[in-house]
Design a binder for this molecule. Structure first.
Ligand SMILES: Nc1ncnc2c1ncn2[C@@H]1O[C@H](COP(=O)(O)OP(=O)(O)OP(=O)(O)O)[C@@H](O)[C@H]1O
Ligand SMILES: [Mg+2]
Length: 222
């Protein structure tokens, strides 16, 4: 039985007087594709920020890769984020002044990979996923669906073990949503990347290994 890649134990989080998470627990194993559904304001983004070490919980234990991360320094947390976790945010976050190629290679540049290797890696990924035509284009010239696909490629460029995808289909149409989900599913299966994806849609069909509803500050398995 594989170890837990992500373990959340009794997580509490409030913003001011808004108690968002109330003793939330979650275990995720390598290769899982976890879907978290919940209405707007339920705390989905808060949950992903805690898993991705962008926000600390008020109380509770976060373990990633069998290590308690509560006590990591900021530098250590940044390093986990850079090398082990890929984010796809709710709203597009490509940098407008950079081409698709430059956007995708950014995490590699931050990691100190030299330019030739960066280019090679980005072209290889774009080719593998059939997106080579987009390489030299700027984000503003892409459709919403194309932007989200580029954001996914950027999220996996450093070979992370975990992808956190926050409502990646919320601002694109059905056809693009299906393309995006099948891209994530391939990444999950072919690269054994563990995924946590959130959605407000209670019915959208998704290739999950496990599904949860986030309600009243806790996760209920569906
Ligand atoms: N930085 C913050 N300061 C104050 N309140 C916050 C902050 N971030 C989130 N909240 C509140 O916490 C609650 C949960 O927010 P969160 O963004 O996690 O919800 P969500 O499930 O992602 O919603 P959506 O589907 O609309 O993105 C909301 O009531 C929100 O207003
Ligand atoms: Mg959100």
């Amino acid at each position: 039985m594989p170890d837990n890649l992500i373990e959340l134990v009794d997580i509490w989080k409030a913003y001011g007087s808004t108690q968002v998470l109330k003793g939330l627990c979650l275990n995720v194993r390598e290769g899982d594709f976890i879907v978290v559904r919940g209405r707007s304001g339920a705390g989905k983004t808060t949950l992903l920020k805690i898993v991705g070490l962008l926000e600390p919980p008020d109380r509770g234990i976060v373990r990633l890769f069998n290590q308690n991360v509560n006590d990591l320094s900021d530098d250590e947390k940044s390093s986990v984020r850079l090398y082990k976790v890929g984010f796809i945010f709710q709203f597009f976050n490509l940098i407008p002044k950079l081409t698709v190629l430059e956007n995708i290679e950014l995490p590699l540049a931050i990691a100190g990979v030299d330019r030739r290797q960066r280019r090679e890696r980005v072209y290889q990924l774009l080719k593998y996923f059939g997106l080579l035509d987009l390489a030299e284009r700027f984000p503003e010239t892409l459709s919403g669906g194309e932007r989200q696909r580029v954001a996914i490629i950027r999220a996996i460029v450093n070979n992370p073990k975990i992808i956190l995808a926050d409502e990646p289909t919320s601002s694109i149409d059905n056809e693009n949503s299906e393309l995006l989900i099948s891209l994530l599913s391939r990444i999950n299966k072919e690269r054994i990347v563990t995924i946590i994806l959130t959605t407000t849609d209670l019915y959208e069909k998704l290739p999950a290994t496990r599904e949860y509803l986030l309600k009243d500050g806790v996760l209920k398995q569906k």
